[in-house]
Unconditional design. Structure first.
Length: 247
């Protein structure tokens, strides 16, 4: 029997709602055994947890493709060498998908995340790099050591420089964390634009079918003045946004 739509319901909303509900049911239901597996793998070290996390990310990508109808297109080439990767942040999509987009990335995030019971232990073992805004010299040394350990293990360091998810089309200024890591690590930066917010908007249960694009920008060399590095990164990660309108 066809689903009856009210006069105010846009065409396709019912199908989108059903797809989104099925995705939530399968993804969150199947996430539970992955969380348990990660807790059990924690004593074995970061490689064991990374294997579990990569499997979870691949499950997410598979369900997004076949239940939500979301395809992925990657424009450009990710470098094989470990780099500081800076990514646009529009949706939970890239937060999870980055674990199979990149090779076991070490993720720079707020220190508060490490204080979450159980998950914090897994995150520390995996290699999450805790960033503190008010950290002193000892904190900077720890961040540098954590990042260098990731690079030595062949892992990129990933940062979402806007600090939180933003709606597609928004271009907020970069948080101070990018400039700090850029100066601290003194390595090339790979910027990535993504338009996931068009299909999986922040704070929305509904997720639409379509194509999500990653655009890999040209590497940005180390040693640039802060304003120039921020300008280049800001332009690159917003490359998939609609053009800015002139005033």
């Amino acid at each position: 029997m066809p689903v009856a739509l009210s006069p105010l319901t846009p065409p396709g909303t019912a199908v989108t709602a059903v797809r989104s509900a099925l995705f939530a049911l399968f993804f969150y239901g199947l996430t539970v055994p992955f969380v348990l597996a990660a807790l059990l793998a924690a004593p074995l070290g970061w490689r064991a947890i990374a294997a579990v996390a990569t499997g979870w990310s691949r499950l997410h990508r598979l369900l997004a493709r076949w239940l939500l109808g979301q395809r992925i297109v990657i424009e450009g080439t990710l470098p094989e060498e470990p780099r500081l990767v800076i990514c646009k942040h529009e949706s939970m999509f890239e937060t999870i998908d980055s674990l199979c987009l990149l090779r076991r990335p070490a993720i720079a995030a707020k220190r508060e995340l490490l204080q979450i019971p159980f998950w914090g232990r897994v995150a520390r073992t995996y290699g999450l790099i805790a960033v503190e805004r008010a950290g002193g010299a000892a904190t900077l040394r720890r961040i540098r050591a954590d990042a260098q350990a990731a690079f030595s293990a062949g892992r990129p360091v990933l940062l979402y420089p806007e600090g939180t998810r933003v709606a597609h089309g928004e271009r907020p200024r970069l948080k101070a964390g990018f400039a700090g890591l850029y100066a601290l690590l003194d390595c090339p930066v790979v910027p990535i634009a993504v338009d996931s917010g068009r299909l999986s908007p922040r704070n929305s249960f509904l997720k639409r079918a379509g194509t999500i694009t990653y655009r890999i920008g040209a590497p940005i060399p180390p040693g640039l003045p802060r304003a120039e590095a921020e300008r280049r990164v800001h332009a690159a990660i917003n490359a998939l946004n609609p053009p800015e309108r002139a005033d």
